[in-house]
Design a protein around this ligand. Structure first.
Ligand code: NAP
Length: 239
């Protein structure tokens, strides 16, 4: 049975990716920073008849908790076929005035540095898979091309925190894919689209299960699938 670890999988899009991949017969490490939330999320999948789920504590901003998760996966599986770097935050924006630099740092610590920490920690286990896949969950809000188009429908969202963090994540994906190009990895940055989750007070227009299908597609790519790309449901997204 193939294995996947999904960060921030206790709710929202991450939970739906866990659900989808467990149904596709992956053994799912459902990672959450809060132990109880992870256990409840895993239990919700077990009540649907899935027993190929293991909750694992993982805070992407905490190196020790990442190391603990690596040890859990090492002990149980000895390798990892897919890593979905899904955990992400928007950041808190004050009603008036600029967003504090400390808050921008917090957003980058989760959305960029967290992904780098988790990816580096799991690379040895991914290298033991014959066909490792990495999906970095991004947003079109991190597209330089779309954000610089005055006609773009979401272009009004120009926070100093979230869009720059996802633009940096996209660049990291290019760098990582290049670093791994001689190995059988597929590394892509994938936007789920504007989805109804707690992230946006459920204002998104897509259902989480449809968003999860896009992420799952790139976590389960065939050997002839793309690497080093930026994708959404409709296909390629301009950088
Ligand atoms: P969500 O419902 O708010 O879920 C976010 C998940 O990330 C939660 O499980 C949260 O855990 C976890 N998380 C936050 N900080 C973490 C940390 N330090 N360590 C580990 N986990 C952490 O949001 P979502 O809509 O499912 O978003 C999932 C991903 O999709 C994010 O990367 C987001 O940027 C991206 N995205 C979302 C949309 C959208 O419209 N919803 C659009 C484009 C991209 P807690 O429950 O403990 O807070």
């Amino acid at each position: 049975m193939k294995t996947v670890l999904i960060t921030g999988a206790n709710r929202g899009i991450g939970w739906e990716v866990a659900r989808k991949l467990s149904r596709a017969d992956y053994f799912v490490y459902l990672a959450s920073r809060d132990r109880e939330a992870g256990e409840q999320a895993a239990e919700a999948l077990r009540t649907e008849g899935r027993d190929n789920i293991s909750p694992v504590v993982l805070d992407v901003t905490d190196a020790k908790s990442i190391e603990g998760a690596v040890q859990t996966v090492t002990g149980r599986s000895g390798s990892l076929d897919a890593l979905v770097n899904n955990a992400g935050i928007l950041g808190n924006h004050p009603e008036d005035g600029p967003i504090p630099v400390e808050e921008i740092e917090r957003v980058f610590d989760t959305n960029l540095f967290g992904v780098i920490r988790v990816t580096r920690a799991f690379l040895p286990l991914l290298r033991k898979s014959p066909a490792p896949r990495i999906v970095n969950v991004t947003s079109e809000l991190g597209s330089l091309a779309l954000q610089s188009d005055p006609q773009w429908m979401y272009g009004r969202f120009k926070s100093e925190a979230y869009p720059p963090s996802k633009a940096a994540l996209n660049m990291y994906t290019i760098v990582l894919a290049a670093e791994l190009e001689e190995e059988p990895f597929k590394v892509n940055t994938v936007s789920p689209g504007y989805t109804a989750t707690a992230f946006n007070n459920y204002r998104g227009t897509k259902k989480p299960e449809d968003a999860a299908a896009v992420i799952a597609r790139y976590a389960t790519l065939d050997d002839d699938g793309p690497t080093g790309g930026f994708f959404a449901e409709e296909g390629k997204v301009p950088w």
